[in-house]
Design a protein around this ligand. Structure first.
Ligand code: ZN
Ligand code: ZN
Length: 134
């Protein structure tokens, strides 16, 4: 992230960006707002939505769109990773492993320049919840 671009952000936008920077999982604007009001009481949900849109257009955030879920957002500058979607709690987790030999999947004569992978299933805490209630 360039320093000059950050300087043009409003204080509220910087608060919102900091929420995403500190989060280990992608967040909806609603979730970002719930975190933001702890540090900035009085910040409005509409303000957070607008900040997310502006930060996305500025290339600071990127959307993570999975299944029928409303988009979450994460830092665009983060390290390469994939996502695990828990069908039970609908949270999205980061996966920091990359499968080898993806080139084998590319059709002959095509050139791959990027990839994204979403794993679907049940997260550990949801599996644990089920184990104790079943
Ligand atoms: Zn879960
Ligand atoms: Zn990868």
């Amino acid at each position: 992230m360039s320093r000059s671009r950050q300087k043009s952000l409003t204080p509220r936008q910087q608060v919102v960006l900091a929420i995403f920077r500190q989060s280990s999982i992608p967040l909806t604007p609603q979730e970002a707002w719930e975190a933001a009001i702890r540090d900035s009481p009085g910040i409005g949900l509409a303000t957070v939505y607008r900040a997310v849109r502006i930060l996305t257009e500025a290339g600071e955030l990127r959307p993570v769109e999975i299944a029928d879920e409303i988009p979450r957002y994460e830092m665009a500058s983060g390290p390469h990773h994939h996502h695990f979607y828990c069908r039970k709690c609908t949270r999205i987790y980061e996966v920091h492993k990359c499968p080898p030999r993806l080139d084998d999947l590319v059709p002959q004569g095509f050139k791959m320049d990027d990839h994204s992978i979403v794993l679907y299933g049940t997260c550990r805490s949801c599996l644990g919840d089920r184990a104790t209630t079943d």
